[in-house]
Design a protein around this ligand. Structure first.
Ligand code: ADP
Length: 273
């Protein structure tokens, strides 16, 4: 199990602030009135059902959706003006796997965000990328096509791409989706390590017990921010009903909060199977 990181040794300052933000697509708000503060050194999980606006919130920070109201600030300045280095790891399922690209090329793409005069990469760029790939255990896969990798290896390649520009903030969209238990825990431990090295992390997840329960701080969303706190603070039947719209029993086992995640109903016309 991962432990909440001790923040005491860090100077705590808001890295990211969303103030009264409503944002969405084509004039329709997917998220309304979002007030959120991410402190330097935080590791925050965005939890909510499918379609609740988790990815939209990440895209809002990246400037990739329309903001209808409110402000997004980075270290106190409008984020568009601050232009911070943000590492982004998209959901694996949104990636075009037909694109012919090797692991090394994927990672090097993270350097193209840098302002540069020369259209090629320097030896220093490559060294940096290789160092990161080595650390993430994928250097031996450098020349392999990204499509040939396992889910965990692909996740590491995109993580390396996000980290290669030395971001202050790392945004990850469902980094553990589709991974087996061991690989999922490896990715979570990797993120824990990065977080201890002063990388602030905001990630989406829809996995309550397997992922969100192990994070230091959880923000529950469904069209708006409905609650935030430590997992034991937010995993109450009342809050989960607000977020998921149904009764979800919660129990504790050996000091751990366990949420009884209901199976989906696949029956026709709403009938249980
Ligand atoms: P989540 O990540 O929690 O599954 P999303 O942020 O993807 O949810 O979606 C939130 C809402 O925004 C949903 O109603 C979804 O249909 C809508 N939405 C997401 N992407 C788009 C898009 N590109 N264009 C229009 N609507 C979108």
């Amino acid at each position: 199990m991962l432990h909440p990181r001790p923040h005491e040794h860090l100077e705590r300052e808001p890295l990211l602030q969303l103030r009264g933000v409503s944002c969405g697509y084509g004039g329709r708000a997917a998220l309304r009135d979002v007030d959120l503060q991410i402190m330097r050194g935080d590791w925050v999980g965005l939890l909510g059902p499918s379609g609740s606006g988790k990815s939209t919130l990440l895209r809002c920070i990246l400037g990739a959706v329309d903001v209808y109201r409110g402000d997004v600030l980075f270290q106190g300045r409008p984020i568009a003006a601050a232009r911070p280095r943000i590492g982004y790891v998209p959901q694996l399922e949104t990636i075009d796997w037909q694109f012919p690209v090797t692991v090394e090329q994927v990672v090097m793409m993270g350097r193209t965000a840098e302002a540069r005069w020369l259209p090629w990469f320097s030896g220093a760029d490559r060294k940096l990328a290789h160092g990161l790939m080595d650390r993430l255990g994928i250097l031996r896969l450098a020349r392999r096509h990204i499509r040939e990798l396992s889910g965990g290896e692909q996740q590491r390649a995109f993580l390396a791409r996000a980290l290669v520009s030395g971001p202050k903030l790392l945004l990850l969209d469902e980094p553990t989706a589709g991974l087996d238990i061991t690989t999922r825990d490896e990715i979570l431990h990797l993120l824990d390590e990065l977080n201890h090295q002063d990388v602030t992390i905001l990630m989406t997840t829809h996995e309550i017990n397997a992922v969100a329960a192990h994070l230091p701080w959880v923000v529950c969303v469904n069209g708006r921010v409905l609650a935030e706190g430590t997992p034991s603070q937010v995993f109450t039947p009342e809050i989960l009903k607000l977020v998921y719209g149904g009764d979800i029993p919660v129990t504790t086992y050996q000091g751990m909060t366990l949420v009884a995640e209901q199976p989906h109903h696949f029956g026709r016309n709403g009938a249980d199977v």
